[in-house]
Design a protein. Structure first.
Length: 198
């Protein structure tokens, strides 16, 4: 039998020939998102929010890469969801949205209070974004933010090369980091960052 993932009101269950593993929503510390290319040169376009890649794959029937979502438990073992599972794309989409709904309001509140929010080594604040505490790129200078070719990429305006280019699985909750970065960038352009995150 194929490995399946079931999302239920209290959490997520993975069933396979090896048995059943469950994680409650309250037990999930973070997730890691990884794109594994199927062929050399496979390109994954910018992801906006919750696992758009799954929808693209469903429509085209040609995945640009295999997806792996690892739910990291606070106490128990992790649950991995890959593209090989039955209903994987839909499950990944639901899981990411559920986790975002639970943690995004608090992160936005902290950003609005002027705090820095950490996604592992990636730091976000109303002032900008930094990687491993190095030079902060001001929000007003961020030109492009996307996930492409298996990496989260942040580029300064007018620059050809990425200022930050890091494998998606190195950044916990990377799709939420991308979402917040894009919101910060748009709001900076509108001149209303603090108001939006207050």
């Amino acid at each position: 039998g194929k490995t399946t993932v079931t999302v239920f009101s209290e959490g997520v269950r993975r069933s396979s020939v090896l048995g059943v593993r469950e994680l409650l929503w309250s037990d999930i510390a973070e997730y890691r998102y990884q794109i594994i290319p199927i062929q050399v040169g496979g390109l994954v376009g910018g992801l906006v929010g919750a696992a758009v890649q799954a929808a693209v794959t469903a429509k085209s029937g040609k995945p640009a890469g295999s997806l792996k979502l690892t739910l990291v438990g606070k106490t128990r073992r992790d649950i991995k969801v890959t593209s090989n599972f039955q209903n994987a794309g839909q499950a990944i989409d639901i899981l990411v949205k559920e986790i975002h709904d639970r943690i995004k309001p608090e992160l936005k509140r902290r950003l609005g209070n002027g705090d820095e929010v950490a996604f592992g080594p990636l730091g976000l604040s109303l002032q900008g974004v930094s990687w491993k505490g190095k030079e902060k790129i001001p929000v007003t200078e961020i030109g492009n933010v996307e996930i492409s070719r298996r990496k989260l990429r942040v580029r300064r305006q007018g620059k050809m090369l990425d200022s930050i280019g890091v494998a998606t699985e190195k950044v916990p909750n990377v799709l939420l980091a991308l979402e917040l970065l894009q919101e910060l960038r748009v709001n900076a352009g509108l001149g209303g960052v603090a108001g939006t995150f207050a």
